[in-house]
Ligand binder design. Structure first.
Ligand SMILES: CC(C)(COP(=O)(O)OP(=O)(O)OC[C@H]1O[C@@H](n2cnc3c(N)ncnc32)[C@H](O)[C@@H]1OP(=O)(O)O)[C@@H](O)C(=O)NCCC(=O)NCCS
Length: 395
């Protein structure tokens, strides 16, 4: 008689990976349209036919200079705005459908460009990807960006897909957290993670007395970041771990549900940020989140001994984290550089910072072995991830 099935616990145990999940490769992409922050007020007020709002333009110029951004990439060009006059006043002329039509094609294409770079660096064929985790705030289509990426990248039709919509600026960290759990609980899994954002969903003309119309246009940028995540790298396949994802945590800061929010309206996405309060709210909660993440690992509060990947929501947010943790001036250099070169790309930004940290480590500018990723977004939510840098021959 045939023997019965194996013990369920044994089956589960055998399916788990031995080691921790690690980032094996990173890829990034931006639209071709590069915008210098110094030139942006002229372009924006011209494109929105708002040149007569002289005082508002001066205020916008001052705001543009305060955010820590020097350059951004935007899918929407002046030409595209001219072709869509309905985008200027989404209250009078609902234009969500037209924006979603743009996102439907442009988001998967941008995501695919970042994924191709990550897969090329990883060195294995796209058909070896077992799981796909995609996150975006830019659109909500069925089938989603995840399904569109399967033919675009030549993934297996049986790739197991997870789509995370509308997680705000913590989306990239949340996607990496999900990828870590998938990789550690499915022996041999190779998880392709990608986050892609286009701000055309938020585009509107500047409105007197509505600060968010200024903030949304001054701060955010478009981009995509991808990573291949897997446990137990295979040396024979030339897999090389960059960062181990050691532990993850997510926390909601009590009483802050209105601090960052977004509504999908028939006109466009309408974002709200309690802009002056958010840096202080993050500053007040960050140390607790870090202790909760690090103490179970036996690590203390020697913040300057770590490397840092802090979501650069704006310069004020980075300044606040710097001040609360008493960090040395160079500690947030990777976050500040990404903010300066690309703007706040929502959840994409932490993947760019990871790439920048890798570059800095390769060039000897960043030496710590252990580090932390911190991402913030609606909730207020704080995502915390403890990272361990892998050097050649370890990991
Ligand atoms: C908004 C922010 C740039 C203001 O910086 P600051 O150093 O406090 O600068 P100020 O107070 O001088 O504000 C700059 C201008 O914005 C205006 N402003 C700032 N917050 C405002 C608000 N909530 N409503 C109306 N106007 C506001 C100020 O009146 C000022 O205008 P002025 O130049 O005409 O005087 C800064 O607080 C910030 O970056 N906040 C966080 C942004 C954020 O949450 N990002 C996303 C997180 S994921």
């Amino acid at each position: 008689m045939a023997s019965g099935p194996a013990n369920v616990r044994d089956i589960c145990r055998a399916r788990r990976a031995d080691g921790p999940a690690a980032v094996l490769a990173i890829g990034t992409a931006n639209p071709a349209n590069r915008v210098l922050q110094d030139d942006f007020p002229d372009m924006y007020f011209r494109a929105t036919k708002s040149e007569h709002l002289v005082g508002l333009k001066e205020k916008f110029k001052r705001l543009c200079q305060k955010l820590g951004v020097q350059k951004r990439y935007l899918h929407h060009t002046e030409e595209l705005i001219r072709a869509h006059p309905e985008f200027l006043d989404p209250v009078q002329t609902p234009s969500l459908d037209e924006r979603l039509d743009i996102a439907k094609t442009a988001v998967p294409e941008l995501a695919a460009r970042a994924c191709r770079k990550a897969i090329a660096e990883w060195g294995r064929p796209a058909t070896d990807v077992t799981h796909l985790v995609v996150t975006t705030n830019s659109g909500a289509h069925i089938p989603g960006v995840d399904a569109r990426l399967v033919p675009l990248l030549g993934l297996r039709p049986a790739v197991r897909r997870t789509m995370l919509y509308l997680n705000g600026c913590f989306a990239g960290a949340a996607a990496l957290r999900v990828a870590k759990d998938l990789a550690e609980n499915n022996r041999g899994a190779r998880v392709l993670v990608v986050c892609a954002e286009l701000t055309v969903l938020l585009f509107t003309r500047p409105v007197e007395g509505d600060f968010m119309t200024l903030m949304n246009q001054a701060l955010f940028g478009d981009g995509a970041g991808a990573a291949v995540v897997g446990a137990d790298p295979v040396p024979a396949a030339a897999e090389r771990p960059l960062f181990e994802l050691v532990s993850t945590a997510q926390a909601i800061v009590p009483g802050t549900e209105d601090a960052i929010s977004m509504r999908v309206t028939k006109g466009c996405y309408v974002g709200h940020i309690a802009a002056r309060e958010v840096p202080a709210l993050i500053g007040a909660s960050v140390e607790r989140c870090l202790r909760d993440a690090l103490e179970p690992l036996g690590m203390g509060a020697q913040w300057n001994d770590l490397f840092w990947n802090v979501h650069p929501g704006s310069a004020a947010i980075l300044d606040q984290v710097d001040a609360v943790l008493r960090l040395r001036p160079d500690k947030l250099a990777a976050s500040r550089r990404v903010l300066s070169e690309y703007g706040n790309m929502f959840g994409v930004t932490v993947i760019f910072v990871l790439d920048e940290l890798r570059r800095r480590m390769e060039e000897g500018e960043e030496t710590p072995e252990w580090g932390v990723m911190l991402a913030f977004g609606p909730g207020l939510t704080v995502e915390t991830m403890v990272l361990h840098r892998c050097v050649e021959g370890t990991g």
